[in-house]
Design a protein around this ligand. Structure first.
Ligand code: 5AD
Ligand code: SF4
Length: 482
């Protein structure tokens, strides 16, 4: 499930190479030396726990970090009470940050019992200078802090941290470097995320992502295709193309290309069965993309299309660069081209200045689009974003009331929509043995809905035709049809 790099042939008595990825292979070999010392001292391999706290991009980064750890000889631990713990953080909302401080409180007590424990933090929250200051001041037991731009340097930073008696901090503001060919430890053998671009140029006024993930950089299409071909040769049947705004893929490449063109190339890869992608910005969703979705048999009939608000006035304040009418028109075009498409979304409630009328506009879009599911968020003020300076922050009790009304509507519509597929036969990719009942397996439809059906673990990774016998709100029960 990961490509092993031959670290034992690397000469460690020489200076580290300056080019990448050779330099990181060198430091991975150094890490392996540390691992061997640990084994000599303790009579067992060190264990590492990578805790993923964010979105799919973050989860993919964690797989890369786990790949490096596995290659150097760490065993995976499933609790934070272990030899090495690495928190891959998120900062999109304030409560994501609070969660991290909570976890740090917990591991500091473990480290008191086990002073050799190594604690590291990386990811989006580390890109905020105030966070790093706070860590330096009040969380001095942390050994290593790095950001989103240099995760490829993890092996080098780990070696630095274990050779130093104080906190090592390496956070970059920006980068244009994309290092290919590092090991990855995938969570699933049959499906994988694939980064196609990094960063974001949109600057929605509430959002901290452009500040923590930097400017948009697209990967070379040849590297993307090569990576997917390798994954498919290794048993992957489904890929999720990842980027903060996949619809603007390719604009900054030496030879620019569009996301729709990239999808056409990915579609050609033999034995790849399903293609998903995340996340789409409505302002950049092209007619050509809709066309390729309609033509392809592999692209799943599912689109996550964040609305954020249904009020054109609020959308302007959010700097989203589309309005309600444009959004509804897109949905109409999508449904005309791909009739069975599932549309999901993100919505923020309580953006500064949101009135009852604005909120009603959001409810109106939800009723008209009939989302298959929606992530609903209470607006969270992020320091450094333009919205944080806006007056007219909506009172908490008003926000809470709106949030509950929105959630009730979203759930009622989602349940009604799901009911519509009951009785039909659909292709299901079986993903795992059911968490609660060993006689069942759990899989997903092309539209991303979850299905439980009688089966066994040898079905994992297989596509099977399933009759959806019963809809239970947000998931189905089904049975294989032969
Ligand atoms: N407050 C609340 N939700 C936010 N999101 C992004 N920034 C904020 C914020 N400041 C939501 C958006 C985005 C999703 C990933 O998180 O809906 O689409
Ligand atoms: Fe993902 Fe954004 Fe959270 Fe970073 S801040 S983990 S990019 S959601």
């Amino acid at each position: 499930m990961y490509q092993e790099i031959d670290l034992d042939s690397i000469q460690l008595n020489m200076e580290p190479p300056t080019g990448e990825p050779a330099r990181q292979y060198y430091f991975m070999a150094k890490c392996r030396e540390w691992v061997r010392d640990f084994m000599r001292n303790k009579g067992r391999a060190p264990r590492a726990c990578v805790v993923n706290m964010g979105c799919q991009m973050n989860a993919r980064d964690s797989e890369k970090l786990r790949g490096i750890l596995k290659n150097t000889g760490f065993e995976e631990a499933d609790t934070e009470d272990t030899d090495f713990v690495l928190y891959n953080t998120c900062t999109v909302r304030e409560n994501a940050n609070n969660k991290v401080y909570g976890r740090l409180g917990y591991v500091s007590s473990i480290k008191k019992q086990n002073p050799d424990m190594v604690i590291a933090l990386c990811g989006c929250m580390m890109q905020e200078p105030e966070v790093v200051e706070k860590l330096k001041k009040s969380y001095r037991f942390v050994d290593l802090v790095f950001g989103t731009h240099n995760i490829y340097k993890f092996a080098e930073l780990f070696v630095q941290a274990v050779s130093s008696d104080h906190m090592v901090v390496d956070v970059w503001k920006e980068t244009d470097t994309i290092v290919e060919e590092l090991p990855v430890e995938r969570k699933y053998s049959f499906k994988s995320g694939v980064n196609i671009m990094f960063g974001c140029n949109n600057f929605c006024s509430y959002c901290i992502v452009p500040y923590v993930r930097g400017r948009e950089r697209s990967r070379d299409p040849k590297d993307i295709i090569r990576e997917i071909e390798k994954l498919v040769a290794d048993g992957v049947v489904e890929v999720m193309l990842l980027g903060q705004n996949v619809n603007s893929y390719g604009k900054n490449l030496e030879t620019p290309m569009t996301f729709a063109e990239l999808l056409r190339q990915v579609d050609q890869i033999e034995d790849l069965k399903r293609i998903r992608f995340m996340t789409s910005h409505p302002k950049d969703l092209s007619d050509d993309l809709i066309k390729v979705m309609a033509e392809s048999k592999k692209i799943c009939p599912h689109l996550h299309l964040p609305l954020q608000s249904g009020s054109s006035r609020i959308l302007r304040e959010m700097n989203r660069r589309y309005d309600k009418e444009h959004y509804l028109k897109l949905v109409e075009k999508l449904r005309a081209a791909v009739p069975d498409i599932a549309i999901t979304t993100d919505i923020i409630v309580g953006f500064p200045g949101e009135t009852e009328e604005d909120f009603e506009e959001t409810l109106d879009v939800v009723r008209r689009v009939e989302y298959d599911s929606a992530f609903t968020f209470i607006y969270s003020k992020r320091t450094g974003t333009p919205a944080a300076q806006m007056e007219d922050q909506v009172p908490q009790d008003v926000v809470k009331d709106r949030f509950e009304r929105l959630l009730a509507l979203v759930q009622e519509i989602a349940a009604r929509k799901a009911e519509g597929l009951t009785g039909s036969v659909q292709e299901v990719l079986v993903e795992q043995v059911n968490d609660h009942d060993e006689t069942l397996v759990t899989g997903r439809l092309g539209n991303n809905s979850v299905v439980h059906l009688p089966g066994s673990k040898d079905m994992i990774g297989c596509m099977v035709p399933v009759r959806l016998t019963e809809c239970r709100g947000f998931y189905y029960m089904g049975e294989v049809v032969s």
